[in-house]
Design a protein around this ligand. Structure first.
Ligand code: GCU
Length: 417
């Protein structure tokens, strides 16, 4: 059963105000402190878990779509073609599959999924689902993995003229640490963000194939892509535990993982790593680190990540009728681990902790438990409550130490059940 369980049916029939009902950004009041997640847009107080799920979550979805990430279309059916199976991957520890996903009726991009499942397992296992920055051929040292043909970031290893070359194989092995994940009994499903939408302001990806009524930004499209991969994973009854879907991502892809979890009730646990502004960090600048990225800056550097309306908050983010604690709260009761590094002030580690604490009242209402403490844990010490936090020494990167912590957090919340 999905995380919302009993509320799910009711959610489908509840009518909520349409996004057309929300005022222009300039007409919203300035609110320097955080909007209370437990107050509806019209001021009505949310007093029960049921009301949260049936009324407030749908309203927040519409608010985030309207003012920030844009609206995405309903999901078409996902068709899967298994291209290759290697039952002897990682020295016999795992079965590796390359799968191509297409969307029925849409003659658009294909999503290339790399699925690695441990061979030593008693039944279906939980799975880490994550987008990668460099293509599936970069996450393992395996010459047989198909080289991704799409546009790539020019500054990545082995990329020439924005295309992957043989030299880019295995360049992200230490970012993904797939062998460690397999050794701990989890599967991994990964895919390249550019399969859905290349990270370019001058070109749209999958959005081109859907109607103009959808103003979905790149981050919204990526999160929607995550959900299409989950559509597929849910069909793999013998391999994947549908109650063990974990979404993970680094930085812009961490913003995406959080958005996916907030919009997709099938996600059981979420790890947005160093996600910062537009993800886990506050939009209100007073609530975080000095030197953290601002709404204006992110909208200027990466205008395609958010919808057009979000730019109206550049000068006055205090007009936003939500902040990112609401996006975290929408994940309840799924455990969410905010993960950071001391030197990565740009991603706003302090501000993120404030967002976590501000989501706590919702978790207490819906899940009975939220943050273990309102004080940030010491560097290198995991706070593993359902609203979890981790900060290590070092800089902006995803590494083996981070994965050890991600796996500990997942063990605590999924394996214990
Ligand atoms: C930039 C951007 C961040 C983003 C990061 C990344 O630094 O400003 O918002 O998280 O890129 O994705 O690595």
């Amino acid at each position: 059963m999905h995380r919302i369980g009993v509320f799910f049916m009711a959610l489908a029939v509840t009518s909520v105000a349409s996004s057309g009902d929300f005022p222009d950004p300039a007409k919203l009041p300035i609110k320097a402190d955080l909007p209370d997640p437990l107050h509806m847009f019209n001021g009505k107080k949310v007093t029960s878990a049921k009301q949260w799920q049936n009324e407030r979550v749908p309203e927040l979805r519409r608010l985030f779509e309207h003012y920030m990430y844009g609206k995405a279309p309903p999901a078409p059916k996902v068709n899967a073609k298994v291209e290759r199976v290697d039952k002897n991957a990682l020295g016999g520890k795992a079965t590796l599959k390359e799968i191509t996903l297409t969307l029925q009726g849409i003659d658009g991009p294909k999503i290339h999924v790399l699925l690695v499942v441990p061979n030593k397992r008693k039944g279906p296992v939980p799975v880490f689902v994550g987008m990668n920055f460099c293509g599936n051929h970069a996450v393992l040292n395996d010459p047989k993995i198909t080289l991704n043909p799409n546009w790539m970031y020019g500054n990545r290893k082995g990329v020439k003229d924005n295309k992957a070359t043989e030299k880019s194989r295995g360049s992200d092995v230490d970012v993904w640490n797939i062998e460690d994940i397999i050794d701990r009994g989890y599967a991994v499903a990964t895919f390249y963000s550019g399969d859905i939408d290349a990270d370019r302001a001058d070109e749209r990806g999958i959005q081109k194939y859907f109607g103009k009524e959808f103003d979905w930004s790149t981050i919204r499209a990526w999160a929607w892509g995550f959900s299409r991969v989950i559509d597929y994973l849910e069909t793999l009854e013998d391999e994947i535990d549908p109650k063990g879907i974990i979404v993970v991502g680094h930085s812009r892809l961490g913003k995406t993982a959080l958005l996916c979890c907030a919009f997709d009730v099938r996600v059981a646990l979420c790890i947005p790593h160093q996600a910062g502004c537009g993800g886990t960090g506050p939009s209100r600048p007073a609530l975080g680190n000095k030197g953290a990225e601002s709404v204006k800056r992110i909208n200027t550097s990466f205008p395609h990540w958010f919808n057009k309306r979000f730019k109206d908050f550049n000068e006055e983010p205090e007009r936003l009728p939500f902040d990112q604690h609401c996006l975290i709260a929408m994940c309840a009761p799924a455990p969410v681990l905010l993960s950071n590094a001391v030197d990565d002030k740009w991603a706003n580690p302090d501000g993120q902790f404030n967002m976590l604490v501000a989501a706590d009242p919702v978790y207490r209402l819906v899940a009975a438990e939220g943050v273990a403490s309102k004080k940030m844990p010491a560097v290198g010490k995991l706070m593993d409550s359902p609203l979890g936090y981790w900060i290590r020494e070092g800089k902006h990167s995803m590494n083996r130490d981070d994965w050890r912590v991600f796996l500990d957090f997942a063990d605590k919340h999924l394996k214990a059940k």
